[in-house]
Design a protein around this ligand. Structure first.
Ligand SMILES: Cc1ncc(COP(=O)(O)O)c(C=O)c1O
Length: 495
């Protein structure tokens, strides 16, 4: 029998790269195991995971929202240090409905009523649901979108998904109709896009965000990228916008969004709006979020739009539950039917994730028993993120050779580091990209794991890294970053 070898597998898979869980994350994991095994030879006593937007990860302090958990796991009735959250409560009761009778004083009345209502629509959460997602939950998503935007949403055009990633992968798979099909993606980008394009043999068409203008999206730069693609015989099919941005945390103005919609009309592009960070807003009074659905409706555009949302981010941070949805707008019925056929091959998204979506789009309202706790929990999360983002960017900007846009949204900062020729030469001698070399040295010395900018894309000759703003103990954490950077500059000199 022939052994199974890499050469006999789909060659497209070899081109897939996903830096968020790449070399640095693997090395960090090895350090974590070493520390767990009692190794005291490392210069740090814990690994700090700043590489991934995983809010509930061990060592970080974003706790689950009680409301949703109560409505689904028996073990999580006390997920918070002080009290159980409503999301947790809903999760708990849909997992094991008898809990409401076994512990009658534990669950608020609105949580018990919500769990009963969900279960009467779903039946058992151990059963497959409708492949597009539980119809009742899709109706609730549609209401959430209508309330957010002030325009109608059709539950039949909403697909519940296994996180936003599953929806993005499906749409990219469907849009890449030949090896010359291309999709416009922002640079820097979240690497799901380049990875999925590589997997499906599509062409990324990069357009660059403008760091000097707080990572703004420029219509002229997108048109330049389109022009280059046309000259290379690449057929642009869609435009990806990540708003708020990852890794940049930037937010689009309504004016730019309107221009983007008109650009999609002009070039017949499908608009893929990745809006998973829509509720992670650090300065909402000056930097509010507007959805592309709202803009497309407002300007009465016929641009085909698919918008993605997720329970992984925001105040829910339930990444491991795998829940999300996408809404199709201006997408013809035969195409919606084809999407339905494709999702039905996967049977259905996880019920726990679907229930998580329901709790995200239907949080407790003022007057509900759960409301006060929900308000307190969500406000604490928003406040912590906003203040860490500000403190971290202020202090990073105080370092020689570092500049950092203070993101108005999402969970990240993407500081630029200027590296001396000596540092670049040392990196090349080690066979590394200079920013990877920097990030590896940071990990080796401090235990802080970040992702090098080359994993997201950046302009030639520029270097960055992405770090999350989820770590508690910001003073100690940034202190370590500062000490490391100053030591680096001492060793390799300023650029
Ligand atoms: C911009 C962006 N889109 C999509 C996703 C995928 O999220 P999910 O966990 O919902 O699949 C992420 C995750 O980090 C992200 O940053």
């Amino acid at each position: 029998m022939r052994p199974l070898t890499i050469d006999s597998l789909n060659p497209a898979l070899l081109k897939v790269e996903y830096a968020v869980r790449g070399e640095l994350a693997i090395k960090a994991e090895n350090y974590r195991v070493q520390l767990q095994d009692g190794d005291r030879s490392l210069p740090f006593d814990r690994v700090i995971s700043s590489n991934i937007g995983n809010p509930q990860q061990k060592g970080l302090d974003q706790a689950p929202i009680t409301f949703a958990r109560q409505v689904s796991t028996p073990h999580s009735t006390q997920p918070r240090r002080d009290s159980p959250s409503a999301l947790s409560q809903i999760a708990a009761l849909t997992e094991w409905p008898a809990l409401a009778e076994l512990a009658p004083d534990v669950f608020p009345k609105d949580v018990v009523a919500r769990a009963k209502e969900l279960l009467s629509e779903i039946g058992s959460i151990g059963a497959y649901s409708h492949s597009q997602g539980v119809p009742f939950i899709r109706k609730n998503v549609a209401k959430f979108i209508e309330e957010r935007d002030g325009y109608p949403a059709d539950p039949n055009h909403i697909f519940l998904t296994t996180g936003a990633s599953a929806g993005v992968s499906l749409l990219i798979n469907m849009l890449i109709s030949s090896p010359t099909s291309g999709i416009l993606i922002p640079i820097p980008q979240y690497p799901l896009y380049t990875a999925t394009l590589a997997q499906h043999n599509g062409q990324p068409i990069p357009y660059y965000l403008d760091e000097s203008k707080d990572w703004a999206t420029s219509i002229a730069d997108i048109e330049q990228a389109l022009d280059k693609a046309h000259k290379a015989n690449i057929v642009p099919k869609a435009l990806v916008i990540i708003n708020p941005g990852n890794p940049t945390g930037s937010l689009l103005s309504e004016e730019t969004m309107t221009q983007i919609v008109h650009l999609c009309e002009k070039y017949s592009l499908v608009l893929l709006a990745d809006e998973v960070y829509q509720s992670n807003l650090h300065r909402p009074s000056t930097h509010p979020f507007t959805s592309f659905k709202k803009i497309v409706c407002k300007v009465q555009s016929h641009v085909p739009l698919v918008s993605f949302h997720s329970i992984s981010k925001g105040v829910t941070g339930e990444c491991g539950r795998r829940g999300g949805y996408f809404e199709c707008h201006n997408i013809s019925e035969p195409v919606v039917a084809l999407i339905y056929k494709m999702v039905s091959v996967g049977l259905c998204p996880p019920l726990a994730g679907q229930i998580g979506v329901d709790s995200m789009v239907r949080p407790p309202r003022a007057g509900d028993e759960s409301y006060e706790l929900w308000k307190k929990e969500t406000q604490a999360t928003h406040d912590a993120l906003a203040s860490r983002t500000q403190t971290m960017s202020d202090r990073l900007n105080g370092l020689p050779g570092v500049s950092c846009v203070a993101s108005p949204g999402a969970l990240y900062l993407f500081p630029r580091i200027t590296l001396s020729q000596a540092a670049i030469t040392a990196a090349r001698q080690h066979g590394k990209e200079p920013d990877v070399f920097y990030a590896l040295a940071l990990l080796d010395e401090t235990g802080i794991c970040v992702v090098a900018g080359s994993g997201f894309g950046q302009k030639e000759g520029e270097w960055h890294y992405r770090l999350t703003c989820l770590c508690p103990g910001v003073d100690e954490y940034v202190g370590k970053l500062e000490k490391f950077h100053r030591g680096w500059v001492e060793k390799y000199g300023e650029a």
